[in-house]
Design a protein around this ligand. Structure first.
Ligand SMILES: C=C(O[C@@H]1C=C(C(=O)O)C=C[C@H]1O)C(=O)O
Length: 133
């Protein structure tokens, strides 16, 4: 379908009502409209939900997740600071920064509690706390 704009330019009009000038790169590469997406501006729009009820539940639960992430990030930063104190004390005493037997204990604990992804998480935490080795 084509429409003529106020400026007199002919444009193709998509199912969503958005228009790109005919023959422009945007017109040729535009993704097909998502016919199942919620209308823009509705509560469902930002959540991917298909009903307002589900969208409200998701919005509330996302607030809880954001609050949990704040605490998790704060705890990670606290862990980094405590780990740095230990590493500095060991280095000052003539030892090495890294203690592999202790790292094995940490890795084993995360794996026991969280399964295989727990190992990856613990490795990331160790990298944050003592750098890459
Ligand atoms: C904090 C320490 O030093 C390093 C950092 C670790 C950690 O952040 O958990 C574990 C072992 C060490 O490589 C420690 O030895 O306990």
């Amino acid at each position: 379908m084509t429409t003529t704009t106020a400026a007199g330019t002919e444009r193709s009009t998509s199912a969503t009502g958005t228009a790109a000038p005919t023959g422009t790169p945007a017109d040729r590469t535009a993704a097909p409209a998502d016919k199942t997406a919620a209308p823009a501006g509705t509560p469902a729009d930002k959540t991917g939900a298909r009903t307002d009820e589900a969208a409200e539940l998701i919005t509330g639960a996302r607030e809880r997740i954001d609050a949990l992430d704040d605490r998790i990030i704060g705890l990670i930063q606290e862990r980094m600071a405590v780990s740095a104190v230990i590493q500095q004390a060991r280095i000052t005493s003539g030892g090495r920064r890294v203690n592999l037997s202790r790292e094995m204990e940490v890795l084993g604990r995360y794996r026991r509690e969280l399964g295989k992804p727990g190992t990856a998480l613990a490795l990331t935490l160790l990298e944050l706390c003592r750098g890459r080795i």
